[in-house]
Design a binder for this molecule. Sequence first.
Ligand code: PLP
Length: 284
Amino acid sequence: RTVFFNGQFIPEGEAKVSIFDRGYLFADAVYEVVSVLDRKLIDFAGHMGRLARSLAEMSMPPTYHDEQWLELLRALIDRNNLNEGLIYLQISRGNPGDRSFYWPSAETAPTILAFTQNMALLDNPAASAGLSVVTLPDLRWGRADIKTTQLLYASMMKMEAKAAGADDAWLERDGLITEGTSQNAHIVNSEGVLLSHQLDRNILHGITRAAMLSLAGGMNIRYEQRAFTVAEAETAREAFVTSASTFVMPVTSINGKAIGGGKPGPVAGELRRAYIDWAMDNAV
Ligand code: PLP
């Protein structure tokens, strides 16, 4: 692969990061994952907006303008012949030359990288089979709204879910589901209302979630932005997750209990189709 690394397009094997880079020592880095369909970027403006917010929350200076990012990510897509898959981009606070908890002065250049991953996103078998999830405690730090590379707990919980025979985990804090390990979590409750955790510091403000809710509004699907309990999830009519890599993906089992008779529900199905249509129509 050709990767983008600190202003240059180079072979992946030539991209080298210092051991003193704060991304490496402190997970002091923010990132985005943008999906690519038909060689085009999905919801690019949404991802750029969140990247700017993550940088601001971490008191990191802005990097490229959105138009510059667009140009260089398009170049990366071309160089790697990426038809369908993901673009990962990351900005770390850089290498101050030694280890220190304190943030270095503004002169330290950030480490900026981006790479592509080929992946079949549309033709995902989980879209017709549905995912199984188990609920596990949300013991992440209190700023889950900032998209940092501090992903070790999510990684641990994915391993635990896998060991329990499930596809993934939904995280639970004080009896309420916050979100999935790497997706936002949603249910359609027994009254037919779509429930999605409110935007606060306990969840990542998913770009796919925002687009999905806006589409739901336009489709006259009743929704409320509030947290739901594990019991509400287990007795829901439907459940699904959203993320850049899964779009809208049905969940058909929670803690071993079948959701919607173990089959993907109609609301999740309609929202998946609507999201993909909208995403492709607005891709850049
Ligand atoms: N929640 C978490 C913890 C995530 O890591 C992600 C994506 O990686 C999401 C939600 C979904 O966000 P988005 O729709 O912006 O991909």
